[in-house]
Design a protein around this ligand. Structure first.
Ligand code: DC
Length: 236
């Protein structure tokens, strides 16, 4: 199905969704992609997959040269799956393992490496070349796709984001809401304070505070933005 078949726009556009951890970006991005018949790209999953391999090989983030050497040879594939996006690392399904607490605790440290970011950004740009992509991350509107036609910066109060993550946990007894809140606040700090492509709202991004919005309300709001854009550019 293409974006055109829904009649929203005559020319496909790219949609950039950025924001802090737990703002609901990936669920919303997937819903928007589904509604428009677009491809969803979860860039956080790419950093997670790299982190998984580095932890498996015992390569610390301080050894940037080795990280880059290994990362350059990795094959990361994002495929639409029955229950969301499927992530393949060198052909192996790592969809579940990249969501472990070990990865959560380490991914920001690898995501700070300049050369690794350059590599990921170039892969992400290739994925968006043909347009019709909904991409979520931290630096999509500012760095990866500065020309994306629709940019959204999604946020929510840290307590609300922690509460949402807590509800999604398969084994909530493994942590507490307080610890999750602290972990998310720490990840926000690392992502926002890093030197290269920090988490930042692009000047031309629409700010959506989702603290009191449902996932459906948020995705409908974004689809409306896309429709408005498509109508402006329509050649009908
Ligand atoms: O969205 P997420 O929680 O799966 O992201 C995992 C980590 O990767 C997070 O700490 C921030 C980092 N990240 C990034 O630096 N740039 C992106 N475009 C996406 C994610």
């Amino acid at each position: 199905m293409s974006g055109q078949s829904k009649g929203y726009t005559n020319c496909k556009i790219n949609i950039a969704i950025d924001g802090p951890a737990g703002a609901g970006k990936s669920t919303v991005a997937r819903m928007v992609a589904g509604a428009l018949g677009y491809i969803y790209v979860d860039t956080g999953a790419m950093y997670r997959a790299v982190t998984l391999r580095m932890l498996q090989l015992g390569i610390p983030p301080e050894d940037e040269e080795k990280v880059l050497q290994v990362a350059q040879k990795l094959v990361i594939e994002l495929q639409p799956g029955e229950f969301g996006q499927k992530v393949l690392l060198d052909g192996a399904d790592v969809t579940e393992s990249i969501r472990s607490s070990d990865i959560n605790a380490n991914v920001s440290r690898y995501a700070q490496i300049e050369g690794l970011r350059a590599l990921m950004v170039s892969l992400q740009r290739q994925m968006a070349l043909r347009k019709g992509v909904v991409m979520d991350g931290r630096d999509i509107g500012t760095t990866v796709l500065p020309d994306a036609e629709v940019k959204v910066f999604m946020t929510a109060a840290v307590e609300e984001r922690a509460r949402r993550r807590f509800q999604e946990l398969k084994n909530p007894e493994s942590t507490s809401l307080e610890k999750l809140t602290r972990d998310i606040a720490e990840r926000d700090r690392l992502d926002a304070e890093r030197e290269i492509s920090p988490l930042r709202q692009a000047e031309d991004a629409v700010l959506l505070d989702t603290t009191r919005m449902s996932i459906t309300e948020v995705s409908e709001a974004i689809v409306r933005l896309c429709k408005a854009h498509g109508m402006e550019r329509s050649v009908e």
